[in-house]
Design a protein. Structure first.
Length: 283
């Protein structure tokens, strides 16, 4: 990675009392902002959608609706609100960003032009490093949400049968390799055959595609990258993950990598899975 453009202003305090939450969609940013307030931090939220703004408003001193490619404006908002730390959280649909390239400002163009490629990890690492050079401490989601990780074990009343365990064992290795290559972190299999691999469409659409192809229950495997930058894009599952698994027949398996995947709305997910005969297991 090439040298970043460094700000010459004095470094800010690392006491981390004023937190900028740069938030995509989903429930995770709301949970994070609430936990940050419980820790005594003042939260200023930069929301990437109207949905995110509505969720974060009750937990924030200030909320601004932003576009992720407007890096210069976003940096100015953080400085105006005297934020000394930032955290990135929530879904940022890549396809939506690609459709709105006209909203990218000159600061983003300058920084993106320094990159060797536009893989998620490359962009995220660069932006994180650049933010720290600009004087902000970039915190990880885990510092607020570690209670959402799952230990090894079955979470639902139904357990995987031998057929499903064979699918999990088969798919897990492939999923880890797909994640290592930064193709995607979700793999869907059935009868030891790959049905779908996550790409730019995201987890839920990948699952829906696989259910349509298979015309029945599938095994969904969600993993982390072998080297996961904890400042960004911690893989997450939630109610929408399970809803995407619904088809004409009940059943299916959601297998997540233990200690690596954030599980949002755990109790609601377990109840929903039990009603629909879906197995949830951390492996």
């Amino acid at each position: 990675m090439q040298t970043l453009t460094q700000n010459t202003s004095p470094p800010q305090s690392t006491a981390c009392k004023r937190l900028g939450v740069i938030a995509g969609d989903g429930k995770l940013p709301e949970l994070l902002a609430k936990r940050a307030r419980e820790k005594g931090m003042v939260v200023v939220s930069l929301a990437m959608s109207a949905e995110a703004k509505a969720r974060l408003t009750p937990h924030s001193e200030q909320v601004y609706e932003i576009f992720p490619g407007q890096i210069g404006r976003n940096l100015k908002l953080l400085r105006e609100n005297k934020c000394d730390s930032v955290v990135f959280c929530g879904k940022v649909p890549k396809l939506d960003m690609l459709k709105n390239v006209t909203k990218i400002d000159w600061v983003a163009i300058r920084e993106l032009s320094r990159l060797p490629d536009f893989k998620d990890d490359t962009i995220q690492r660069h932006i994180g490093d650049w933010m720290e050079l600009e004087g902000f401490k970039v915190l990880t989601q885990t510092e607020f949400l570690s209670h959402l990780y799952q230990e090894v074990g079955v979470l639902t009343k139904n357990k995987p049968d031998a057929f499903q365990y064979a699918d999990i064992d088969f798919g897990f290795k492939i999923a880890k390799e797909s994640a290592r290559l930064e193709i995607g972190q979700t793999l869907v299999v059935y009868d030891r055959m790959v049905i779908a691999v996550e790409a730019a469409e995201g987890t839920d659409r990948t699952i829906q595609r696989a259910v349509q192809i298979n015309k029945g229950p599938v095994t969904v495997i969600k993993v982390a990258r072998p080297i996961q930058d904890q400042r960004f894009d911690i893989p997450t599952v939630g109610m929408s993950t399970l809803q995407a698994m619904l088809g004409s027949k009940l059943g299916g398996v959601l297998a997540i990598e233990a200690g690596q995947i954030l599980m949002v709305d755990e109790q609601a997910m377990i109840e929903f899975a039990n009603r629909n005969e879906i197995v949830i297991v951390a492996v």
